[in-house]
Design a protein around this ligand. Structure first.
Ligand SMILES: C[S@@+](CC[C@H](N)C(=O)[O-])C[C@H]1O[C@@H](n2cnc3c(N)ncnc32)[C@H](O)[C@@H]1O
Length: 252
């Protein structure tokens, strides 16, 4: 499982993008003081931190299947109930939160419609479910340069473009299939600064997610060729990368 990694490795790989993204998702879901919220697929707590800042630890629950991420989020927020589990069978009772959010998780669910329907089940009637997935299909993800370089060298390699919610409009379709009402789609974007191509590349060697798992399978020569191809595709350093995610928000 490519998320059985340390919170530090995740933070260096994806946290640099998902931490700034969290405020945008919480805004899209209209998370306000007085709400109770669930963070589904919390990882090491990028979105949990945003929810805690808005609502307080007592008003936030979180769930993730990765034991090191559950341990990291529990240690970071001792007042948050953090449970090991999956979206498709949420370990929370019906109608117990006002907001259920999943940041960068739907594309990893084994059954996305069931996972989103579970988020609706734990949310009270009139409450809101929200999720976002990087725009892998449209070339707007933080991993676009990586997968472009991979496919230049290895055209048959897998990627993330065909995953659930990663193309325009698909997350909205999944929300409607899961029974949510008044579903609205939008696009969220963050800018992240990099000092060099090496600073950008190094976290790909930490084994995080499908990209890290792909690098881990390469021998030293293939890995070096991929690193060099990525450097050719990246802007001249220092550079900023804009990463965009498709977002859907629906009412229970
Ligand atoms: C890209 S990370 C996102 C973590 C965090 N939400 C963030 O924004 O940084 C994907 C997370 O989804 C979790 N995950 C994978 N499959 C899941 C499922 N079926 N239900 C809930 N979470 C899942 C992984 O363990 C991982 O923590």
């Amino acid at each position: 499982m490519s998320f059985a990694v340390s919170a530090d490795a995740y933070g260096r790989f994806m946290g640099r993008f998902s931490e700034p993204l969290a405020a945008h998702l919480a805004d899209a879901a209209d998370v306000r003081p007085g709400h109770r919220a669930a963070d589904v697929g919390c990882g090491p707590g990028a979105l949990t931190a945003e929810l805690v800042a808005r609502l307080g630890e007592d008003a936030v629950v979180a769930v993730d299947p990765s034991p090191p991420f559950v341990a990291a989020t529990r240690a970071r927020f001792p007042g948050v109930q953090v449970v090991e589990g999956v979206a498709e069978a949420l370990p929370f009772a019906d109608d117990t939160v006002d907001r259920a959010l999943a940041q960068l998780v739907v594309h990893f669910m084994s059954d996305p419609v069931r996972g989103i329907a579970e988020m609706a089940r734990v949310t009270r009637p009139g409450g809101v479910v929200a999720a976002c997935v990087w725009d892998h299909a449209g070339g707007g993800s933080p991993l676009t340069t990586f997968w472009d370089a991979v496919h230049d060298l290895d055209p048959d390699a897998p990627g993330e473009a065909t995953l659930a919610g990663a193309r325009e409009g698909h997350l909205v379709e999944l929300f409607e299939e899961a029974g949510l009402r008044d579903v609205q789609g939008s696009r969220l974007a963050v800018d992240v600064a990099f000092a060099s191509a090496d600073a950008w590349w190094e976290p790909f060697t930490l084994g995080v997610g499908p990209a890290g798992a792909y690098v881990a399978r390469l021998d030293a020569d293939a890995r070096d060729a991929l690193r060099r191809r990525c450097a050719e595709l990246l802007p001249e350093p220092p550079f900023d990368l804009t990463a965009a995610a498709w977002c859907a928000v629906g009412v229970v």
